[in-house]
Design a protein around this ligand. Sequence first.
Ligand SMILES: [Mg+2]
Length: 115
Amino acid sequence: MSDLRDLTDQMRAFSEERDWVQFHDPKSLLLALVGEVGELSELMQWLPAGEIVGRAAEEPLASRLGEELADVQLYLVRLADVLGVDLAEAARLKLSTGRRRFPTETVRGEAPLKS
Ligand SMILES: [Mg+2]
């Protein structure tokens, strides 16, 4: 079983055991996900961009980043589960599309323009 499938199953069981499935409509899960992205953003908002990677290795920021990234992942996994989306397969498909859209020989070292 994949790690993502295992996380999906654990989140579903966690929700069912607490009778929280009733609150897990897609819109509510999306808003929870956005809230967690906000908490993650808060950790970085006033740090100079060039210093974040270095400071991410230091406590307490390292632990806080792990917590908020996990919150984001768990809500994303739960949202995909409720919507019936196979998140791992969808991500593999997007990556495959990205490889075709941005061939290495034409975009290497260039920031792709939004189209
Ligand atoms: Mg959080």
